[in-house]
Design a protein around this ligand. Structure first.
Ligand code: ADP
Length: 298
């Protein structure tokens, strides 16, 4: 089974002709409300592919929380461990201008109240999980507790987004660390900034202690690096990209699921690039995630 530990947000999206200046009001399009957040997205992506998936997250006792629980259940995710209350559901306030550029304000809300105690309370889920997948839209101490709570022999997958330097206890558990080049630069701090290609960044992340590394490269696919061997490029199928929102979440979910089924990292990544590519052919995040049949038809 796959256990996703992470965030759940309501994405509130308004189209604008231009952004307001300080003190100014502008009129926008009708409001669109979508379920989102990296944890919720990953869980839906995995379940839609057919993975037995549980989500450990926290939402508010409010309409946005119910929207998130409904979308998880509709995809077939086990929501028994989703905690409710303590703060309003996390929200991303998104304005989109005519060129497609986003401006986003995130209120973490209940995501910031997902605590190490919530992890300890979910011991049964951790005992059953072959793979635990996390991101960084929840407190780092909660992610660290998830590393500690894993059953022997289970695998830990981390997408360090939003990126920040990682404590050794977390980094050395990552198998793999899944990240794009922007995130790789941040996790590496000063070391990531100068003149490195993706292979160089992956090597540097392995040297820092990650057990394996997958760098996603957008339309170029992904780069897989494991200790010892040389890095392997896994190309993505060519598709007509419509909206890349959620592509990384779909990729990571697919990778985590296939690793849990015993595939090696390169084989799992070859499947995950197809899932990421399928996700960019449709608008939206969760709405764009493919079924296994849609991936096969790509
Ligand atoms: P993130 O959204 O986290 O920045 P990427 O943009 O690297 O992640 O995308 C994740 C995966 O989605 C890629 O590895 C690739 O398989 C797929 N993907 C993303 N953009 C495209 C694209 N334009 N064409 C084909 N596949 C894509």
């Amino acid at each position: 089974d796959l256990l996703v530990v992470g965030s759940a947000n309501a994405d509130l999206v308004i189209g604008v002709e231009r952004r307001p200046a300080p003190g100014e009001t502008v009129l926008g399009s009708d409001l669109a409300v979508h379920p989102g957040g990296k944890g919720a997205n990953q869980a839906v992506a995995a379940a839609r592919l057919g993975a037995r998936t549980a989500l450990l997250a926290r939402v508010g006792d409010d309409a946005h929380g119910r929207l998130l629980l409904d979308s998880q259940r509709a995809a077939g995710v086990d929501t028994g461990a989703v905690r409710v209350g303590g703060a309003p559901t996390g929200v991303a306030l998104i304005t989109v201008d005519p060129s497609g550029d986003n401006s986003i304000v995130v209120s973490p809300g209940a995501n910031a109240r997902l605590t190490p105690d919530d992890i300890r309370d979910a011991a049964g889920l951790f005992a059953r999980a072959r793979v635990v997948s996390a991101q960084l839209e929840i407190p780092l101490e909660t992610v660290t507790e998830a590393v500690r709570a894993r059953a022997a022999g289970s695998r830990f997958v981390l997408n360090p987004s939003p990126p920040r330097p990682l404590p050794a206890e977390v980094l050395t558990a990552c198998d793999p660390l899944v990240l794009n080049e922007h995130e790789a630069r941040f996790v590496l701090g000063g070391d990531g900034l100068d003149g490195k290609d993706p292979e160089g960044r992956a090597r540097a992340l392995l040297a820092l202690g990650a057990r394996s590394v997958v760098v996603t490269l957008g339309a170029e696919g992904a780069l897989v690096a494991e200790g010892g061997g040389t890095a392997v490029r896994v190309p993505s199928p060519r598709v007509g990209a419509v909206d890349t929102t959620g592509a990384g979440d779909a990729f990571t979910a697919a990778l985590a699921w296939r690793l849990g089924r015993g595939e090696d990292l390169v084989t799992a990544a070859a499947f995950a690039v197809r899932v990421g590519a399928a996700a960019v052919t449709k608008e939206g995040a969760q709405a764009s995630f493919p079924t296994a049949g849609e991936v096969a038809a790509l």
